[in-house]
Design a protein around this ligand. Structure first.
Ligand code: NAI
Length: 334
């Protein structure tokens, strides 16, 4: 049984090849992302394709996959906004993902971004290397006693809430599904607009859906406290980048940490250090001293990559053998 990987990096090869010792799939790793430009090059006899966050599985790409006899699309990530599920259903292609490989990996990265921005360790690191031990401009604030607003308390949001409770923060959350265990741990659920109005720090942990597109834009930003810190490790489309830039310029937003970006397909996971970047919005964001951008690395821990490989190969095998009883149901999308 053959699986072709798209957007494959050396670390994908390392973890999947190691895990494949238990399966013996034929694995082929392609560096290019999957899109209309390459779908036709897939050979007949490929049973599954394994894709990542920026591969685009539009209806026309899925039609080509069906024509080649591909039976499974395996997302080696949790989010699935890049796959047209209706088209997969129409062509009888199964779609799976890794619903929870390491919620802690993403939650801990969100906290790392928050602490970096607040305590300015990114600036201190550079300063000390130049023998500058001055503290001016490095003042932060205590997280203890602050109000943190968490938007989405699924697996990652729940892990984030627990860490922030440990810091001694008041944690307010908004999610259509209230978690009783988080409530008993001290999290208070409120409607979205009340959470963002009360919070000193806001962290986004909801998926990108048509309803959540631009959840954060000039309207919502204007109702927040002046000087709020915003962290987004979920999906770029949750925030309107241009309107967020305006809020940074006026000081309405005191700090922004993003691991995801609206136009990230053109940039992230690539070394562009020798290139001229034509995207003025990312250049503007990078130019702010109070903005921290990481290139979609929140998931990137050893534990998470091992779990992604194990879960993906297990689910693909079961789907190809039509033996799905054992699979956690939210791993299967179609
Ligand atoms: P999940 O499905 O466990 O939880 C998402 C929660 O958001 C659900 O409880 C849902 O009810 C809630 N929600 C949906 N719309 C909402 C809204 N408008 N307001 C408030 N809550 C809302 O998902 P999980 O595993 O916690 O992941 C969350 C997101 O994190 C994923 O959708 C993905 O986009 C992102 N992610 C980012 C990674 C990274 O490396 N940066 C890695 C993995 C996931």
């Amino acid at each position: 049984m053959k699986i072709v990987f798209f957007s494959a990096k050396p670390y994908d090869r390392e973890f999947f090849e190691s895990c494949n010792k238990h399966y013996d799939f034929e694995l082929e790793f392609w560096e290019t992302h999957l899109g209309p430009h390459i779908a036709d090059a897939i050979k007949v006899g490929t049973d599954a394709v394994c894709v990542f966050v920026n591969d685009k599985l539009t209806a026309d790409v899925i039609a080509i996959l069906a024509q080649k006899g591909v039976k499974v699309i395996a997302l080696r990530c949790a989010g699935f906004n890049n796959v047209e599920l209706d088209a997969a259903k129409q062509y009888g292609i199964r779609v799976c993902r890794v619903p929870a490989y390491s919620p802690q990996a993403v939650a801990e990265h969100a906290v790392a971004m928050l602490l970096t921005l607040n305590r300015k360790t990114h600036k201190a690191y550079n300063r000390v290397r130049e023998q500058n031990f001055s503290l001016s401009g490095l003042m932060g604030f205590n997280l203890f006693g602050k109000t943190v607003g968490v938007i989405g308390t699924g697996k990652i949001g729940a892990a984030f809430c627990k860490i922030m409770l440990g810091f001694g923060c008041t944690v307010l959350a908004s999610d259509p599904f209230v978690s009783k265990s988080l409530q008993s741990a001290g999290v208070k659920y409120l409607p979205f607009h009340e959470v963002i109005k009360e919070a000193d720090i806001i962290s986004l942990h909801c998926p990108l859906t048509p309803e959540n597109h631009y959840l954060i834009g000039s309207n919502s930003l204007s109702t927040m406290k002046k000087g709020v810190t915003l962290i987004n490790t979920s999906r770029g489309g949750l925030i309107n980048t241009r309107e967020v830039i305006e809020a940074l310029k006026t000081g309405q937003l005191a700090a922004l940490g993003i691991d995801v970006y609206e136009q990230e397909e053109q940039l992230f996971f690539k070394d562009l250090s020798g290139s001229i970047i034509g995207d003025d919005d990312i250049q503007r964001l990078i130019s702010f001293p109070n903005v921290l951008v990481t290139g979609h690395q929140a998931f990137f821990t050893q534990e998470a990559l091992a779990e992604i490989a194990a879960s993906t190969l297990k689910t693909v095998k079961m789907l190809l053998e039509d033996n799905v009883e054992e699979i956690v149901s939210d791993a299967i999308l179609v």
